[in-house]
Design a protein around this ligand. Structure first.
Ligand code: AMP
Length: 211
């Protein structure tokens, strides 16, 4: 059983690394951003409450995301463990997590702001199945068309310069300080995220002792 948290500024590649770990270790990949986007796409009550905030790149209330995480973990479909992506994002959420759940390691993927800005602006999302693409590292075979479902590729509504700056600011002022809480518990494993995804993953495996 592995219980991991993956952290890093938006666009650092944590979603990609989380999916690789999910495949190798059969973990549940719990991306809070993906769950919130599904609510918006499915026009749920929660979706209506958070749509504007998510589009502006602002953080959704702690109470709401904590409820989303609690409900997701209560499904207990994670026999081999889970990797939590996009949560916690501030001190309150980190304390909520540490009070209620175990953690084996927190992977911190480190990438400078100027690199993530360039990456985020080249990011595309399939409007059909939600798969992530990146016009630098992971291009579709046919321009603007999803390889898996044939859906059109679009920019995420929150991948515009204003929303990106708002998310970078929140990361440095609210999320980064929470790393200290995990560091004190000896849980932080730092990985350089500027290289190609396969090289980053090789380091992730080394840090986690999977080799
Ligand atoms: P992400 O896909 O992780 O970039 O998340 C997309 C958006 O969902 C963020 O910009 C926030 O609006 C919201 N969100 C995701 N995770 C959290 C969280 N832990 N706390 C508050 N808001 C969140």
């Amino acid at each position: 059983m592995h219980k991991y948290v993956i952290m890093g500024v938006q666009g650092c590649g944590k979603g990609t690394q989380a999916r690789l770990l999910q495949e190798e270790l059969d973990l549940a990949h719990i991306s809070v951003g993906d769950i919130l986007r599904q609510h918006i796409q499915n026009h749920t009550k929660i979706g209506a409450r958070i749509k504007r905030l998510v589009a502006a790149g602002e953080l959704v209330s702690d109470g709401l995301v904590q409820e989303v995480v609690r409900t997701r973990l209560e499904q207990h479909d994670w026999n081999y463990g889970f990797i939590l992506d996009g949560f916690p994002r501030n001190r309150h959420q980190a304390e909520f997590y540490l009070e209620g759940y175990d953690c084996d390691a927190v992977l911190q993927i480190v990438v400078p702001d100027e690199v993530v800005l360039e990456r985020i602006l080249s990011r595309r999302l399939c409007s059909g199945c939600g798969l992530d693409y990146n016009l630098i590292h992971h291009r579709p075979s046919v321009a603007d068309v999803c390889d898996v479902c044939g859906g059109g590729l679009v920019l995420r509504p929150d991948d515009n310069p204003e929303a990106i700056h708002s998310r970078l600011r929140d990361y440095h002022t609210q999320t980064e300080p929470t790393l200290e809480l995990f560091r004190k518990k000896g849980l932080i494993l730092q990985v350089d995220g500027t290289r190609r995804p396969a090289e980053v993953y090789a380091e992730v495996r080394r840090e986690l002792g999977l080799v």
